[in-house]
Design a protein around this ligand. Sequence first.
Ligand SMILES: C=CC1=C(C)c2cc3[nH]c(cc4nc(cc5[nH]c(cc1n2)c(C)c5CCC(=O)O)C(CCC(=O)O)=C4C)c(C)c3C=C
Ligand SMILES: [Fe+2]
Length: 420
Amino acid sequence: MTEESAQRKGISRRGLFGAAGAAVATGVAGYAAHSVLAGEESQAADTTGPVEFHGEHQAGIITPVQDRLHFAAFDVTTTKRAELVSLLKEWSAAAALLTAGRDIGQYGAVNGPGEAPPEDTGEAVGLPPARLTLTIGFGPSLFDKRFGLASKRPQALVDLPHFIADDLDPNRSGGDIAVQACSDDPQVAVHAIRNLARIGFGRVAVRYSQLGFGRTASTSRAQTTPRNLFGFKDGTNNLKLEDTAKLEQQLWVQPDDGPDWMVGGSYLVSRRIRMNIEIWDRTSLGEQESIIGRGKGTGAPLGKADEFDAIDFEAKNSDGDLKVAKEAHIRLAHPSFNNGAELLRRGYNFVDGSDGLGRLDAGLFFLAYQRDPRKQFIPVQNQLARSDVLNEYIVHVGSGIFACPGGVTAGSYWGEKLFA
Ligand SMILES: C=CC1=C(C)c2cc3[nH]c(cc4nc(cc5[nH]c(cc1n2)c(C)c5CCC(=O)O)C(CCC(=O)O)=C4C)c(C)c3C=C
Ligand SMILES: [Fe+2]
């Protein structure tokens, strides 16, 4: 069967890539609700298969981090609530198809009438789902007067304060709605955002978007720890999907937290952090390790041998100096110096060409999910902004905060409870 004839029969792109495709060919609605542990762990190994869109929580949060990102923040351009609701319904239907590795619409990319533009833009034809996840979040600005949502704004969805040394570009910050597309294939992630933007024409407009390559965190113990553009292992002490009790404490909004429409959801903070890699590259290895507080090779805390050894914040070297310096990044960010606060980090490296001054426009697109940013990202970032030596090498240039509701069940849509 050719690729085209398979699609005409409603078989997914993934269906042509082996046994796992057989499940997809039974149709999107045929999936069991997504299993948090067994399913998520096996996804870490298979980089081509689908990740279930429907479930208790949105996919793309604890899903083992994929290798590529396309993140888009949208401004809502329609002022009509009904049009926004229709868009969210259309987006949800499309997201279920896209994440299953299928073309969107009735006819997809190539089977529609020759007189009309194709329903699907086509650049993912022939590609497997590549673990595509699409995760939606609503920014504070969506809760203004336009759509009658002011009373539904979660208290935890605060406007982020100004942090010392922030140099935020308003054109790379904020947004009414964010969609995080993660996949192990960059073309699959880009195709998804492009098609959602296209569906949204006349109702939403892309405010800014960010491509990311190379995950800078792991969210499962089944994944190895990747490296950031400073060359350090990043994501060692991250919240992991296996820590189910901790996820309830630190990640998922609980029934008593309110509002009801956010239960099972999480808050996303995004920060575009420019890294002065040319300056970093002229810094000695010892200084680099002292700034982070970990060895560059092993990723072990200074004074320890292995990456996952516990950090000893009291240990001193023979000169009486702390092995993990007072202002080392891992000390200032650690839960024991932040009232127990933790984050689920799932950021990406970026290089967006150069800045016209001979320096790469490179850095970390920091993404962190949490139960309450007032108790987690904000105090941690305040402490980092005040004292972290890493600040000599980085600058925060973009920022966003989004309320990501709980998962979508079959037959429902993104944000249904918010608009109920
Ligand atoms: C506000 C939160 C954080 C920002 C912003 C941030 C930026 C940032 N981090 C690195 C590199 C590393 N960070 C590491 C650990 C780490 N970072 C944060 C938080 C923020 N980082 C936390 C909570 C932790 C874990 C601390 C702990 O509990 O031990 C590490 C070490 C490896 C690891 O555990 O992940 C590195 C390396 C950069 C380069 C950066 C901005 C560009
Ligand atoms: Fe960090």
